[in-house]
Design a protein around this ligand. Structure first.
Ligand code: IYR
Length: 220
């Protein structure tokens, strides 16, 4: 068994006072991140998207298997196909598959089956999880795949915010149409569909609040 060689840790080091200051600033900065359901069609340079994806790829993963693939769609024809397929599923969801309670919970957000943003946003990032690796037709195990890919998506969202872009974590359901349209192999399963772009000039977001520390934290 070969053990990894080690290298010095390159993270920055701070005093407790600096940590306090930095944590406050980051909280303020991240608190302004919001999901948007409309996008400007202003182009986003490809290298910005590349950097965002590489940031996502820096997330931790089970046994460092990095069980993710990011499909980056700017082709209008493919976006159109994705929109059509997503709206078909969402129409069924809103008209019969979602429970009364679910529809009531969503009512304040004013969502419906129309997904215009899937064509307006200059980029669609379609995140796939690799249930297992396929190397030369041989299956290799991946571990904690949902946790790992969820973490990568978190990194992705912070990188999107940092670049002054906005996104929506969209989950059309079921979403196996993405595997077909993007011609992905059978070990890859769609995880999230994330339109990315600049916010439109007149962007509005729901006036919602976040839970307090008391509601989300328990100290022991
Ligand atoms: N996937 C549907 C419904 C939907 C579900 C939840 I939970 C949301 O937070 C938002 C929407 C849609 O995208 O409209």
């Amino acid at each position: 068994m070969k053990i990894h060689a080690t290298i010095p840790y390159r993270g920055q080091r701070f005093s407790p006072a600096e940590s306090l200051q930095r944590s406050r600033e980051y909280l303020k900065y991240m608190s302004r991140r919001r999901s948007l359901r409309s996008f400007s069609d202003k182009p986003v340079p490809r290298e910005v998207i590349e950097n965002i994806v590489l940031t996502a790829g820096a997330a931790p993963s089970g046994a460092n298997k990095q069980p993710w693939v990011f499909c980056l769609v700017s082709d209008p024809e493919i976006k159109h196909k994705i929109r059509e397929a997503a709206e078909k599923e969402e129409y069924e969801n809103y008209h019969q598959r979602m429970s009364e309670e679910w529809l009531r919970d969503l009512e304040p957000f004013g969502t419906d089956w129309h997904k215009e943003f899937l064509e307006t946003a200059p980029w669609l990032i379609v995140v796939f999880k690799k249930a297992y690796d396929l190397i030369e037709d041989k299956r290799h195990k991946n571990y904690y795949v949902n946790e790992s890919v969820g973490l990568a998506c978190g990194f992705l969202l912070t990188a999107i915010h940092q670049a002054g872009l906005v996104a929506l974590t969209h989950t059309p359901s079921p979403m196996n149409f993405l595997q077909k349209i993007l011609d992905r192999p059978e070990n890859e399963r769609p995880f999230l569909l994330i339109p990315v772009g600049y916010p439109p000039p007149d962007a509005e977001v729901p006036d919602i609040s976040r839970k307090t520390l008391d509601e989300i934290a328990v100290f022991y």
